[in-house]
Write a protein that binds this ligand. Structure first.
Ligand SMILES: [Zn+2]
Length: 336
């Protein structure tokens, strides 16, 4: 409703056209439309409208909490962008107060993928600042970054193959693990409207033989990335009692892999899950988590999808019928 109303009112405005092209969710777009019109209830704006007596930033004590200050200059904003850079490699470009918002909408200034991350990041940053002000437990900057990333990766996965050029090196087809190793493919599914999800995991040996699979519905899960993290844990739990040899986990979630690989330097919201995984994995002679393309992760994907009709199940030695085709397809390509 809001989107349509805004659109029809400003259909001739070139800024709207530019904003419309950005790959962000509707909420983020509306937020940005407010930024462009300076409708954001920053304290400086509220002060100008005689609602706030001071207009100062109560996060860092700066004289004026403008929108630019809140999203770019403030100590909290700086921490947010530093964390975002650590996790994603995306750097907030140098921005100046008069032109920053339009600059970020310009693809000549800011690449498409960076733009999605930064625009969503600013919304997440704004929301997390306000939660702190309104007496809710303030979200820490890292959690806000992870949320922003989650939205971005969700958008990217919806567009399929569109953006992530970093996935080029990952194999297109499932490959057998090295001799004596076990490979577990994992996948998480997420339904945004219901905040529910599902996980799937499939373990196979070095001959490509089926060992184990599991499917589980997650009645409450915060995000797609949280579902992926749960899938990783479930996969490790699944294989833990069966082997103490080398174990390879495969995920098609690059952001999960990024968080896992950086778990020692950054404590993410998934730290308790990662601690669990690490504890279980210490019994394997070797353990690693690697990235594969979605086309190589079909078996785990099928298991996660099955959770919508089978809330919880573990299969050992004999695969469920819905997996037979994908297991066979995977093996037919092992010698490519
Ligand atoms: Zn400040």
């Amino acid at each position: 409703m809001q989107r349509r109303a805004t659109h029809s009112n400003h259909v001739g405005d070139p800024r709207w056209k530019q904003l419309w092209k950005c790959k962000v969710p509707p909420k983020v777009r509306v937020f940005w439309w407010r930024i462009l019109h300076d409708y954001i209830p920053s304290r400086a704006n509220l002060h100008r409208r005689h609602i706030d007596p001071l207009g100062t930033c109560d996060t860092c004590g700066a004289r004026e909490e403008t929108t630019f200050h809140a999203l770019v200059e403030c100590t909290y904003a700086r921490l947010f962008w530093a964390k975002l850079y650590e996790i994603t490699g995306v750097k907030l470009p140098t921005l100046i107060p008069d032109t920053w918002a339009l600059a970020l909408l310009d693809n000549n200034f800011c690449g498409e993928k960076e733009q999605t991350i930064i625009l969503c990041g600013m919304w997440s940053l704004w929301c997390s600042r306000n939660d702190g002000k309104h007496g809710k437990a303030p979200i820490d900057a890292v959690a806000a970054v992870i949320w922003a990333l989650d939205v971005c990766y969700y958008l990217i996965s919806v567009q399929e193959n569109a953006v992530g050029s970093t996935t080029v090196s990952a194999p297109q087809r499932w490959q057998r693990p090295p001799a004596n190793s076990v490979k577990i493919n994992i996948d998480g599914a997420f339904v945004d409207d219901e905040s529910s999800g599902a996980i799937g995991a499939v373990a196979r040996d070095d001959e490509g033989e089926f060992l184990l699979a599991t499917t589980r519905r997650l009645p409450a899960v915060a995000s797609a990335l949280a579902a992926e993290a749960e899938a990783l844990r479930a996969g490790v739990q699944l294989i833990h009692t069966v082997t103490n040899g080398p174990v390879i986990m495969e995920t098609d979630s690059l952001e999960l892999l990024g968080l896992w690989n950086n778990r020692a330097s950054q404590r993410s919201v998934f730290a308790p899950i990662f601690d669990d995984i690490q504890g279980l994995a210490s019994s394997f002679s070797s353990f690693c988590v690697v990235h594969v393309k979605r086309t190589a992760n079909g078996a785990a994907h099928a298991c996660a999808q099955a959770a919508y009709s089978i809330p919880f199940e573990v299969w050992a030695n004999t695969p469920p019928s819905f997996l037979l085709q994908v297991l066979q397809d995977d093996c037919n390509h092992v010698n490519e």
